[in-house]
Design a protein around this ligand. Structure first.
Ligand code: URA
Length: 239
C-alpha cells in the first residue's frame, strides 16, 4: 500500500505537493469515489482517476544512458531529430530524461518513468555533483580557472563555487581540456560559464552524476540502475 499522493506523483502527473493539492481540491477519485484525505493508502489494484482520467501505473524503471552528441534530451522532436528515447525501443514504459544535456553535449543522462524520483533529483535544493570534461577554444590561465571555481556572473545570477582543474593543453591548436564539477543545473550552465571567461566550449561531456559514471558503456548504450544506486540517489536528494 502506498500513499495516494505518492502514486500520483510516481505516474508523472504532478509533483508530490501538487498531487496533494489535487487531492485536497477534490480532483482525485479512488474506485469511483472522490477522496480528499491526504493520508489515503491505495493498493496496486485500486483504480485512480485524476481530473476524470485514469492514471496508468507502470512498474518504475531507471536507466543510466550514455547520450551521444547530436541527440535531443527529449521524448520527441518537432524537427524529427534523434531523441534520447529512440535508444530504448525495447522498453515498454514511457521513459523521460531526468533533466537534460544539450544537443551537442554527450555523456551521462538518467531516464525513468518515475515522475516523483525525477522531480526529487531535479529540485534546485538537490546538490548532486555533476562532473564535466570540457574542451575549450583557447587556453584559460590559472586566474581564469580560479574565477570559474569562485563563481562567475551569468544573467540569471552568480554560479556557486565549483571544482575546476586544467587537465591538459595543446599549445599549437590553442585548446585545453578542463574538468569542472558543479551541483547546480542552470540551463547551459557550463557553456555559459566558459563563455563568461572568454573561452568558448568546443566539446562537452558529462562524465559523472553523483556517484554514477559511464564505465562499461559506449555512446548510445544504457544499463539499468541497481536498486542500491537508486537508493543512494534518493538518500543524496534528501540530505
Ligand atoms: N552545461 C551545459 O552547458 N550543457 C549541458 O548539456 C550540461 C551542462
Amino acid at each position: 500500500m502506498d500513499r495516494l499522493q505518492k502514486v500520483i506523483a510516481q505516474a508523472g502527473i504532478a509533483s508530490r505537493r501538487n498531487a496533494e493539492k489535487l487531492i485536497e481540491d477534490g480532483k482525485v477519485k479512488v474506485n469511483g469515489t472522490t477522496v480528499t484525505e491526504l493520508g489515503t493508502k491505495v493498493s496496486p489494484s485500486d483504480e485512480i482517476e485524476v481530473n476524470g482520467v485514469p492514471i496508468e501505473k507502470e512498474a518504475p524503471v531507471y536507466f543510466l544512458f550514455y547520450k551521444p552528441s547530436a541527440v535531443i534530451s527529449s521524448v520527441k522532436d518537432e524537427k524529427g531529430r534523434k531523441v534520447v528515447t529512440d535508444y530504448f525501443p525495447e522498453i515498454e514504459q514511457r521513459l523521460f530524461p531526468i533533466g537534460r544535456l544539450d544537443y551537442d553535449t554527450s555523456g551521462l543522462l538518467l531516464l525513468t518513468n518515475d515522475g516523483e524520483f525525477a522531480n526529487l533529483l531535479m529540485h534546485p535544493k538537490y546538490k548532486v555533483e555533476k562532473h564535466y570534461i570540457v574542451k575549450t577554444k583557447g587556453i584559460p590561465s590559472k586566474q581564469d580557472i580560479n574565477q570559474l571555481a569562485l563563481g562567475v556572473r551569468l544573467e540569471d545570477g552568480k554560479t556557486a563555487p565549483a571544482k575546476v582543474r586544467l587537465k591538459s593543453l595543446e599549445k599549437k591548436k590553442q585548446t585545453a581540456i578542463v574538468e569542472i564539477t558543479i551541483h547546480e543545473g542552470k540551463n547551459r550552465q557550463v557553456r555559459r560559464m566558459f563563455d563568461a571567461i572568454g573561452f568558448p566550449v568546443q566539446k562537452l561531456k558529462r562524465e559523472r552524476y553523483g556517484l554514477l559514471d559511464l564505465k562499461g558503456l559506449n555512446p548510445g548504450e544504457f544499463r539499468p540502475l541497481t536498486p542500491h544506486e537508486i537508493k543512494q540517489l534518493r538518500t543524496l536528494a534528501v540530505t
